[in-house]
Design a protein around this ligand. Structure first.
Ligand code: FES
Ligand code: FES
Length: 977
């Protein structure tokens, strides 16, 4: 129960979660003590064996019962019937077992889980096909999908692709990684095997006879088998295996967005069953801060302001104010509700324009909410350009707070190991970085913190932030006991970071021939409550607006702003997605104003050799014209299709958007070690954190390729990955850097190893010969980004900060229902240049996945309504039929000088601007531009109705701080030295 008491004079708010009268206490005690618990015995046929189960019929679901039996292939994601991760067959029907109360399961029912479908030594065709066709990324959804597909093929052995999609839609099987296309491919292939039209052998990967694996379709190996059989242990599975005495944690959330903490009363919570301790900020043994410096002298905020547990203030919804430690998860969570908080509410700012208004209360004392301004100057002052331009367009745009929506919510374990180190098992995609960020906060030296990566049910960037790792580690230090912290989906939504929203005001100038002459923009990123990663965001924003066009004169300011919303964190195509939101809208608007075709206007203005980017330096490559030449016939065909299929009720449109991303950044370094073993195998030691993006295949492929002179078969290469005790610092799995950085480091390690193995006659020593001669068998490979790549100038943004660049051009085909306002993406094409492709299977997976997130961002996904967006479904996650089946991927290959084997990075280019291709296609279909994402049916319908009245719904110019030119002049007069 929650009660709110208020005193107007004192402006205090008490949030009370516990009942206080004695009769209620008795009732609660009876329930908590389970005096009246009814136990039910039930016989079930589970995976072909008759098993007796004892359960609590009121509380237990079929999912919890099956998991207690050790059938942890039944995964719990949303725990609310929205994701299908827990799908099982119940008497032949697909059901979501998390919503099926065990009391509603008839005795002697037949249950099939993933464990009953196939085993590692006897894979079902569906399981093999998921591996071979890359239906497996993070793998968290796979057991549910495979069980569901089995249910389909049992009823319909010859489904069409459309029927497969409709089945997954009906049964709510949701995948966040794959964009669904590879999953449908896998089901179609498995169905052929089951019908006898192909053999299992036909769907097993075979290496090409010439041994050239680089550029091929190498599927997952060990992790693939574990994931499709349901045997991969994710966080909640590991929690079940934690030893007796493990303490379960539950966070006390104040559920307000901005408040001073006046008091915390946990006396009632301490009396609750199983409660060991209630931990507050005063118990934390270190600085109680996440160490994440901003590292940019222009910033008024230094960073490192994020508390592990809030001490004085609550800065945002989702901040923790206390943690309850108890013997079970249920006891901890029940007691967390009994903690009373005394809070003084403060004004809360939910958007940038509110937070930067004159007189706004600082979110962090003594620091302006507009805490970072970074100017960009290229070419002539645009004040001389716009007055003489033949055409000028301007607009204000909002890029949304896109939620990552992994299927698995966050889970962390922490404990002391045999070296007296605190071990944190978590989903960190930056294990060395996380160690650095949490050590001082929890009161330990860095070398006493060890981070181990758990199998990860999706991240896409959120697990870059170390908040939950710090929380669990701090509690272990305080309690001196192992702990487990698992979030419910709504808790995960509120606690974890999101993509930074942005507000922008933009102007574009063109001459009468359709050549762009000038660009002005201010882009402000909403950092939410914490500044971490702001410098990278703003750098990318300034770089990517107007990219990859030739724009001779640019004036811009990139900004970072505190609000009381969820802090922003890494997300695929971090910083660039927002830049393309206004860049690719204003480009479209100019084409329209001039009356040029959207393709031709872009073609005319793309950068060509010698043209400079916003940072006043050349692009590293100029594949733009050839990429557009590849896209041209696709575009013309799409336009013809749209014309042919357009009706007054269902309008068709085609939209384009340029995108791209960077690989790695300045001062980046990377380590990978290779060791020759006594059995002739080579082990690759690395911390290439696998979030589902194929880190394992990447490490194997790089090692194989680097050791080609040895002629080592792939089977003789092994990996040990992502544990700071055993693996070196490979850096973060972020910024599309891993393939590039780990590849270069692996080459270095391989060269060192082969140099050591090489005999005078050019042959190679065996392991025994190396040992006999006293030659080391393990070598560390190193790579650092060359020092010529530097942070852009603080006064002008001139400079070249990115060692590698990737390029993508997207085309969306949409159908807009003019009655409902609903948009369906009916086709999608992308052409990309990411250098030489290492593993096309992985790259396609990243492309399908990135495009599917982009479509979601354009149409539905959001985290702005704290209630509605708290769940996976409420936040609008894309389901199977939301994503088109016909996604065509085209590749233009420019070998990269700096990259390993000519490769750059990969995944983030694919999510940079597919959302803008969709929004531009909507405009093409119905003549309505959506300035503030997402383009929900309601918003689009309102805009179409307004247009019918001759009104354009568009935002006024946003207030984003002082006048643009005054700010630029001021920064001119007061430059950073
Ligand atoms: Fe059961 Fe999501 S539907 S966990
Ligand atoms: Fe489907 Fe990750 S592979 S959610």
């Amino acid at each position: 129960m929650k009660r709110i008491y208020s005193s107007i004079q004192l402006q205090f708010i008490f949030l009370t979660f516990a009942s206080c009268n004695s009769s209620n206490k008795y009732a609660a005690k009876k329930k908590k003590g389970d005096y009246n618990m009814v136990i039910r015995k039930i016989w079930l046929d589970i995976n072909g064996a008759s098993r007796m189960v004892v359960c609590n019929p009121e509380k237990d679901t079929l999912a919890t019962v099956l998991r207690k039996l050790g059938l942890t292939g039944v995964k719990i994601g949303c725990d609310a019937g929205q994701c299908g991760a827990c799908s099982v067959l119940l008497d032949g029907e697909v059901i979501r077992s998390c919503t099926k109360k065990i009391k509603n399961v008839p005795e002697y029912s037949k249950v099939v889980t993933i464990e009953g479908i196939g085993t590692p030594s006897n894979l079902h065709p569906l399981q093999q096909a998921f591996i071979t066709y890359n239906g497996v990324q993070c793998g968290f959804c796979n057991p549910g999908f495979i069980v569901s597909a089995k249910g389909l093929l049992d009823k319909n052995p010859s489904p069409t692709r459309k029927e497969v999609r409709a089945w997954f839609q009906k049964h709510k099987n949701v995948c966040r990684c794959t964009g669904y296309v590879p999953i449908v491919d896998a089901v179609m292939a498995a169905a052929k095997v089951m019908r006898g039209e192909m053999t299992m052998e036909d769907i097993i990967y075979k290496a090409p006879e010439n041994g050239n694996l680089y550029g091929g379709r190498l599927p997952r190996r060990e992790s693939g088998v574990a994931r499709v059989t349901g045997l991969e242990n994710y966080g909640r599975d590991i929690e079940m295996h934690m030893p007796e005495g493990t303490v379960h944690l539950a966070i006390v959330f104040p559920n307000v967005s901005h408040a001073i903490i006046k008091g915390i009363d946990y006396s009632e919570a301490l009396k609750m069953p199983g409660v060991e301790k209630v931990i507050t900020a005063k118990d934390i043994k270190g600085t109680n801060r996440i160490a994440y410096p901003v590292g940019n002298p222009r910033s008024l905020a230094a960073g490192g302001e994020r508390p592990i547990i809030c001490d004085k203030k609550v800065f945002r919804f989702g901040d923790p104010v206390a943690v309850v430690a108890a013997d079970t998860r249920e006891h901890a969570r029940a007691a967390a509700k009994a903690v009373e908080l005394e809070l003084e509410l403060l004004p809360e700012y939910r958007s940038i324009p509110e937070a930067v208004m004159p007189g706004a209360v600082p979110v962090h004392e003594g620091i302006d909410n507009l805490f970072l301004k970074w100017p960009l100057k290229k070419g002539e002052d645009t004040r001389n350009i716009f007055p003489i331009a033949d055409y000028v367009v301007e607009g204000s745009f909002y890029s949304s707070r896109e939620p990552h929506l992994p299927i698995e919510p966050d889970v962390v374990q922490a404990y002391f190991d045999e070296d007296d180190c605190v071990v944190v098992q978590c989903k960190s995609q930056n294990i060395y970085g996380s160690r650095n960020q949490i050590a001082a906060g929890i009161g330990l030296p860095i070398e006493k913190v060890r981070i181990v990566l758990n199998a990860t049910g999706g991240s896409f960037g959120y697990s870059f932030s170390a908040g939950s790792y710090a929380l669990a580690a701090a509690c272990t230090v305080i309690l001196e006991k192992p702990v487990s912290l698992s979030f419910s989906y709504p808790e995960h939504q509120h606690f974890s970071g999101k993509r930074a929203p942005s507000h922008s005001n933009t102007r574009l100038a063109s001459d009468k021939d359709g050549k762009i002459t000038g660009l002005e923009f201010e882009i402000a990123y909403d950092k939410g409550a914490y500044a971490e990663m702001v410098a990278g965001l703003v750098t990318k924003g300034l770089h990517f607006v107007g990219w990859p066009y030739n724009i001779p004169n640019v004036r811009a300011i990139g900004k970072g702003v505190y609000t009381n919303m969820c802090f922003s964190t890494a997300y695929r195509s971090f910083g660039a997605t927002q830049a393309f939101t206004h860049s690719e809208a204003i480009i479209d608007m100019m084409a329209e104003k001039i009356g040029m075709d959207q393709f031709e206007f872009r073609y005319k203005n793309i950068a060509r050799p010698g043209d400079l980017n916003n940072n006043s330096v050349p692009f590293h490559e100029y594949p733009m014209e050839e990429m557009m030449d590849m896209m041209r016939p696709k575009y013309e065909a799409a336009v013809a299709r749209a014309k042919a299929e357009d009706t007054p009720e269902k309008r068709r449109g085609v939209g384009l958007a340029w995108g791209g991303y960077t690989t790695s950044l300045i001062a980046d370094f990377c380590e990978v070690a290779l060791e020759l073993c006594s059995d002739g195998c080579v082990i690759n030691y690395n911390s290439w954190q696998d979030m589902g993006q194929s880190a394992e295949q990447g490490a194997l492929l790089h090692t194989y390729e680097a050791l080609r002179p040895l002629g080592l078969p792939m089977e003789k290469i092994k990996t040990i990955m992502s544990d700071t005790k055993f693996t070196p610092n490979t850096g973060s799995s972020a910024g599309s850097r891993s393939h590039y950085m780990a590849g270069r480091s692996t080459l270095d390690a391989a060269n060192k190893l082969m140099d050591a193995m090489r005999k005078p006659d050019g042959k190679y020593r065996t392991y025994s010969e190396m040992v006999d001669e006293g030659i080391p068998t393990k070598y560390m490979g190193l790579y650092s980004v060359p020092s010529k790549f530097k942070r852009p100038d603080l006064n002008t943004s001139v400079g070249d900060p990115f060692p590698q660049l990737m390029y993508s051009l997207f085309m969306a085909e949409v159908e807009v229902d003019t009655v409902t306002g609903k948009t369906q993406v009916v086709g999608f094409t992308a052409t990309s240049d990411i250098g030489v492709i290492g593993n096309i299977l992985s790259i396609e997976g990243q492309a399908y996945g990135g495009i599917s997130h982009g479509i979601g961002m354009a149409l539905r996904e959001d985290y702005s309504d704290l209630k509605r967006h708290a769940t996976m479904g409420g936040a609008g996650i894309m389901e199977c039929e939301d994503i088109p089946d016909n996604i065509e991927l085209l590749w233009h290959v420019t070998p990269r000088e700096e990259g390993p084997h000519g490769s750059a990075g990969a995944s983030e280019a694919f999510q940079s601007s597919p959302h803008m291709a969709v929004l531009n296609a909507i405009n093409n279909a119905v003549g309505v531009r959506i300035y503030e994402m997402p383009a929900t049916p309601k918003k689009l319908k309102a805009a179409m109705e307004a247009k019918a009245q001759g009104i354009e719904l568009k935002p006024e110019k946003y207030y984003l701080g002082p006048d643009f030119y005054e700010d630029l002049d001021d920064m001119d007069e007061n430059p950073f030295s």
